[in-house]
Design a protein around this ligand. Structure first.
Ligand SMILES: C[S@@+](CC[C@H](N)C(=O)[O-])C[C@H]1O[C@@H](n2cnc3c(N)ncnc32)[C@H](O)[C@@H]1O
Length: 438
């Protein structure tokens, strides 16, 4: 039935959008419907109309999909953390694979017949998170949780089934802790970083903490078995409450006998099990030996570079954040690796087009969401490596860059993997191997 102004209307859902909303078409107009699954008949409540599409939410499910499941989280539907908990897990995997295939198809790139799917435990996986906090007296005090979907409000969470198990039980106790501080309205965010040797919470505060605040935080740290840091301004102001009893966090890459240390605010891949699989896959695809030089672009703290260095002759890791470059160097030396070098460079500046890093037969790129088109244009024409492994958190830019590499770049796409780094969300991590055409 066609929607009249903002009246609810019923619709049959055709597919899922890249952000996990049901898609339907009514009178030629596309509707994205929150909470609806493919095949379902639902009553849609219109929220907003744009020129080329409209947004609605599911008011009633008239005919549910066989793939619909009860979400584990009570905040599902409101919390912006997860978008797919109502979809059976195997169907989430199928949706992500299908979405990657469709994105490559739209970019005109043929995908390999076999697509690898990397999956691990889909619950309690999130080792990095940024929680919001806000004092809302009319809601009973301080709220702590992720932001609501498409809104800046905080979803109060007392339990989160996807966050690291060391943090989940603490969620319910954080509002009271912040509420007891002298500045309960001046703590907007708590960052979470879980390593294999401990879990850290970084409390961002906009006004100074008093001595009694610090002792409350210390007490909480002891009681909950957590490492607590405070942050008054930028990342350089992050300090541990107890300098003498705060070890640096680390994770391991067991297949490579690596222990990788990181500072609490530094980038690490969100899901440790999937990260291990992804690193193993990329190294397996590139299969470097001691004669090969490998260039690892957007290398962070050496996650892929150090694993590659265990097999390759030489590795050069390049990264824009100088603190990560220093950390990568420290990690190399702590792991007894002396064939990996690291360089700080802005890989998005114009000068990258003139950059000549030397000879490397293999390249790994793991860029941010915007992809790496210019870098790849330069690298493929200047270095002409035999193999390029591309790890991506955005299938759209991966497919765009793949279109270049498999077109004028002169490469074949030989492997494709979809890694479920972020189960129950609509985020898709994927990886591809490009080999120089004969
Ligand atoms: C998806 S992360 C990958 C990090 C690393 N490969 C890993 O697995 O941990 C992307 C990295 O790109 C870096 N980056 C972002 N913009 C950059 C730029 N303009 N130049 C160089 N590196 C940049 C970020 O600092 C971040 O470390």
């Amino acid at each position: 039935m066609a929607p009249k102004s903002r009246e609810p209307f019923d619709a049959k859902i055709g597919g899922l959008s890249h952000d996990g909303r049901g898609v339907t078409r009514v009178d030629g107009k596309v509707w994205f419907v929150e909470g609806a699954l493919p095949g379902e008949k639902v009553i849609v409540k219109p929220i907003r109309g744009k020129r080329s599409y409209s947004l609605g939410i599911t008011e009633t499910i008239l005919d549910p999909s066989a793939s619909r499941v009860e979400p584990r989280c009570a905040a599902f539907g409101v919390c912006g953390g997860c978008a797919l908990q109502h979809l059976e897990y195997p169907n989430q995997l199928a949706f992500k694979k299908g979405s990657v295939i469709e994105t490559f198809g739209a970019a005109g790139v043929q995908v390999p017949q076999d697509i690898l799917q990397l999956q691990a435990e889909p619950w309690a996986y999130r080792r990095r998170a940024r929680l919001g906090a806000r004092l809302v007296p009319k809601k009973g005090g301080v709220l702590v949780g992720f932001r609501e979907r498409n809104k800046s409000f905080i979803t109060p969470l007392t339990h989160c089934p996807v966050i690291h198990p060391s943090v989940d039980p603490v969620l319910a106790r954080m509002p009271q802790l912040i509420g007891q501080l002298s500045i309960p309205d001046q703590v907007p965010q708590i960052e979470v970083a879980a390593g294999e040797n401990g879990t850290a919470l970084v409390f961002r505060h906009l006004s100074p903490l008093t001595e009694s605040d610090l002792s409350l935080l210390k007490q909480f740290a002891v009681q909950e078995g957590l490492l607590i840091y405070t942050q008054s301004k930028g990342p350089e102001t992050v300090i541990p409450l107890d300098v003498s009893a705060t070890p640096e966090l680390f994770y391991t890459l067991k297949a490579f006998d690596l222990k990788i240390s990181f500072s609490v605010t530094q980038f690490v891949q969100v899901n440790s099990a999937i990260n291990e699989l992804l690193v193993e896959t990329a190294v397996d695809w590139l299969a470097p030996n001691e004669k090969d030089g490998v260039l690892d672009l957007f290398c962070g703290l050496g996650n892929f570079s150090l694993a590659l260095a265990r097999r390759a002759g030489q590795v050069l890791g390049v990264e824009g954040d100088e603190s990560l470059v220093r950390k990568a160097e420290e990690n190399a030396s702590a792991n007894g690796i002396n064939n990996a070098r690291f360089q700080a460079r802005d890989l998005f500046s114009d000068s990258v087009l003139d950059w000549d890093p030397g000879h490397y037969s293999q390249v790994l790129v793991d860029p941010p969401r915007s992809g790496a088109l210019d870098v790849l244009k330069n690298i493929s024409s200047r270095l002409n490596p035999d193999r390029i492994a591309y790890v991506s958190c955005n299938p759209a830019t991966l497919a765009r860059d793949a279109a270049y590499l498999t077109g004028s770049g002169g490469y074949r796409l030989t492997k494709l993997a979809v890694a479920d780094m972020f189960p129950h969300t609509a985020h898709i991590e994927s990886a591809a191997l490009f080999e120089r055409s004969a």
